[in-house]
Design a protein around this ligand. Sequence first.
Ligand SMILES: [Zn+2]
Length: 167
Amino acid sequence: MSASLLLDLVNSRLVLASGVSDELGDDAAASAWLRAHGAAGTPAEVADARAVREALVPFLRGETDAAVLEPWAGAMRKRARLHATGLEWVDDVDPAHVIGARAIDEWSGLQGEQGSRIRPCAADDCQHFLIDESRANARKWHSMETCGNRAKARRHYAKAKLGSAAG
Ligand SMILES: [Zn+2]
């Protein structure tokens, strides 16, 4: 499990040949998952985590636009707290949208001049997302051990085939 609620959330459901693997699939597992990510694990949070995931996955794949995140953006507010020495601005998020607000706040922090640092793995047959922390922001594979090595092996095989055809 990574330190990122956003990344873990969008990677938490995979459709496999053997069926759907969903870390938020049943309520007890979803509640434990949320507690492991610093939340309380309430039924409202479970519902929100599932709802925001359903919006984020197609959005991060470029299949929908940012308007799908509007319910969470609209639930995020700052409130002024008065102190003797001045004002302090604190987050005041609608409790029903608190998990989604956290995920979207994280997504926003990953957008920059070099584009988004969270994106789908480049492997056609892979459903994982990755967060690229490299300077060039050019990482392609969610994991070098699995998708990266498979791509390398395919390139090697294609080159070997080409070589034997030419020779
Ligand atoms: Zn991958």
